[in-house]
Design a protein around this ligand. Structure first.
Ligand SMILES: [Zn+2]
Ligand SMILES: [Zn+2]
Length: 680
């Protein structure tokens, strides 16, 4: 009633005053005959004035009961001449026909023909209550692109606007509209911003898009985590390789070997986990174990975090897959059945399945109802009810079918019952909205307005999108309750993908380690490392000489300290060594310093954060590695792991626009750090 009344507001207002007065008078004077109120005056207000009123009956088979016209002003209680509800006339074949007609007209440059076909398509979309026609919209988006490339901005705008109307939940359609408007007039910021914001909202609403987005983010984050953990552990090991090799040669059996033999023995030990097929986790853990006693506390903590992250990676992957699983799941099928457009293949595919859960059954019922097959709708609603579909939601939809069949009393009872039981605002709003329409037809204006107000208060967006006052088609005049998003999403949880993803990652990491030992055995290993570190905290071990980098070994050189024996002799006890030897040592120190500096710089150039890890700023280095790794993997997975049915041309550009500046800035800072920072 409120919608569309701005034009003739005063007329309506005066009408309702007159109507109220009439009702009062009639109620006083002729209580039995109050239905003689020229109730159509209210319907009049809703109707476009030029609507031919008498055209209604006879031609419309699924006419509602109160619409039975009785032209003679008989004393019967039903003289109200109401406009009949129009049954669904459009068919999927008609939709395809309109689409083919539009394509043909566009090919033949027949602009009026193309527009007429588009109007027919949009009309059929409304008649069949299809939310989105993404296939057609994607095609229009491509046409808009082509028109832009051919410098025909007006054509492009027409295509983009049609795309948006065909599939309001397709983010690409809105993005294309924004792009077209920007190409036409870049100064109209508002005109561009509106579709951009609509694109964001559509993307968040549409699970293909939103879940693909979350999947890309999580996949990049997990891949970056794995790569960073491996890189940090490798660098921590390599940085200590020289001193740990020196201590290795002091071990009982190794002591008797020549250095080359000892070196190969160390390599064999290092490669043993891989040779045994225990996987990369065991390899990295082995390297960490060898370097463990030479790491400072902070780096031990970092190594533990890295190994723990790798240990929990399979679980995290499973959780990420659970949050993002969509394509191929039952949830996708049901969602598409509820929102998308197809020729009934999807419904047939679902119907052929046994043990369908209640949301799927309810969606099948609503599909048939929207296509006008009321008997099939009732059958499936019945099955959904037996399978435990939410009673209130189902009651509204069952009431709608009854109403369309002409069984008004049954419909009213169902809606009232639904309103009593409804727990979600949308259900209560739909029941109230439909009741308001029914009261209107029964000329109970007060009740009608109350119910209508309640519906609009409860779910204004839902009523605005699905309700309609001057459209008397079966799928428009009263509103259905769609299957709830939450219950559709729960169907995705039954998907086997998360378990498969978890197991795949575990198998990659753990190789032949028995699955039941994961993650407990690795976590126990980490605990043992810490116990060993605490027990051995007083043990003397070789350190790298602060000046020349040679191993400064307490066993070989009978002194413990930050300097090796040579450096102590040359630099601390002056006058003991020949000047020539001293110069040679000083040259060695300079070479060592240059080597360290250049290793840092090369690592910084190669990886950004590797230079920091090498210098000893391991935590900061790990964070830089993680950040760059994330941005890099976002770009590497540029197609997306599970691309939506219509791969978006905007995705790669969007990813590039976000990641490239951030990545370059972070990389530049890390490299600059490696060049500028004086060594302490
Ligand atoms: Zn030294
Ligand atoms: Zn030694």
């Amino acid at each position: 009633m409120a919608t569309g009344s701005s034009r003739n507001g005063p007329v309506l207002a005066s009408l309702s005053v007159r109507r109220a007065a009439l009702i009062v008078i009639l109620c006083l004077v002729a209580p039995a005959g109050w239905a003689q109120v020229p109730a159509p005056s209210l319907v009049d207000g809703d109707l476009p004035p030029e609507e031919p009123r008498a055209a209604a009956p006879a031609a419309r088979p699924a006419e509602a009961a109160p619409a039975k016209a009785s032209p003679a002003p008989a004393p019967a209680p039903e003289p109200v001449q109401l406009r009949a509800i129009e049954p669904v006339r459009s068919t999927w074949e008609g939709v395809l026909e309109a689409w083919r007609e539009r394509r043909r007209a566009i090919r033949e440059q027949d602009l009026p023909g193309a527009r007429a076909a588009a109007a027919r398509l949009l009309d059929a979309r409304k008649d069949l209550a299809i939310d989105d026609m993404p296939d057609f919209a994607a095609s229009e988006v491509r046409d808009a692109e082509r028109a832009l490339a051919a410098r025909l901005p007006a054509d492009a705008a027409e295509h983009a606007e049609l795309a948006v109307r065909l599939a309001p939940d397709l983010a690409d359609a809105w993005l294309e509209l924004a792009r077209v408007r920007f190409a036409r007039d870049p100064s109209m910021v508002g005109d561009v911003a509106t579709p951009l914001w609509a694109a964001v909202r559509a993307g968040a609403r549409e699970p293909h898009t939103s879940r693909a987005f979350v999947a890309d983010v999580l996949a990049a984050a997990l891949a970056a985590l794995a790569a960073t953990a491996a890189a940090v552990l490798a660098l921590l090991f390599l940085r200590r390789a020289r001193v740990l090799f020196h201590d290795f040669t002091h071990l009982p059996v190794v002591r008797s070997l020549v250095p080359l033999q000892a070196f190969f023995l160390l390599l064999v030990l290092l490669g043993l986990p891989l040779a045994l097929g225990l996987g990369p986790w065991a390899f990295l853990a082995g390297a960490t174990l060898l370097a463990w006693f030479h790491l400072p506390w902070r780096e031990r903590l970092l190594a533990t975090v890295a190994l723990a992250a790798l240990t929990l990676l399979p679980l995290a992957t499973g959780a990420a897959a659970r949050v993002t699983a969509w394509t191929g799941s039952l949830a996708e099928e049901v969602f598409e059945l509820e929102h998308g457009a197809d020729g009934g293949e999807r419904a047939a595919r679902l119907e052929a399945r046994a043990d369908l859960p209640a949301p799927a059954l309810a969606a099948i019922g609503r599909f048939h109802k929207r296509r006008g097959d009321l008997a099939a709708a009732e059958r499936w609603y019945d099955l959904a009810g037996k399978a435990g579909a939410p009673a209130a939601e189902l009651l509204v939809n069952v009431g709608n079918v009854a109403f369309l069949r002409g069984d008004v009393e049954h419909a009213k009872a169902a809606w009232l019952d639904a309103a009593d039981r409804a727990s979600s605002p949308v259900t209560l709003a739909a029941a109230s909205y439909n009741l308001s329409k029914l009261y209107l037809r029964q000329s109970q204006l007060e009740q009608s307005q109350q119910a209508r107000r309640r519906a609009e208060l409860l779910a204004p967006g839902f009523i605005a999108r699905h309700g309609s006052d001057d459209d008397f088609r079966a799928n428009r005049w009263i509103v259905d309750v769609p299957v709830g998003e939450a219950s559709i999403e729960r169907l995705a949880a039954g998907d086997p993908t998360p378990a498969m993803a978890r197991e795949a990652v575990r198998a990659r990491l753990a190789g032949r380690v028995p699955p039941r030992l994961w993650p407990w055995a690795p976590l126990a290993f980490l605990l043992l490392l810490w116990v060993a570190a605490l027990l051995a905290r007083r043990a003397r071990r070789t350190v790298a000489c602060e000046r020349c980098g040679r191993p400064a070994c307490p066993r070989c050189e009978a002194q413990a300290g930050p300097l090796c024996g040579q450096c102590v002799h040359v630099f601390q006890r002056k006058g003991l060594v020949e000047p020539r030897d001293r110069e040679r040592k000083e040259a060695q120190v300079r070479r060592h310093e240059a080597a360290v500096r250049w290793t840092e710089r090369v690592l910084a150039l190669l990886s950004g954060g590797g230079g920091h890890v090498w210098r000893g700023q391991a935590v900061r280095g790990a964070l830089v590695l993680l950040g760059l790794g994330f941005l890099g993997f976002v770009l590497l997975f540029w197609r997306g792991l599970v691309p939506p049915p219509h791969p978006s041309p905007f995705v790669f550009a969007g990813k590039l626009a976000v990641t490239l500046p951030l990545g370059l800035a972070l990389y530049g800072l890390a490299v600059r750090d490696a060049w500028r920072r004086p060594r302490d």
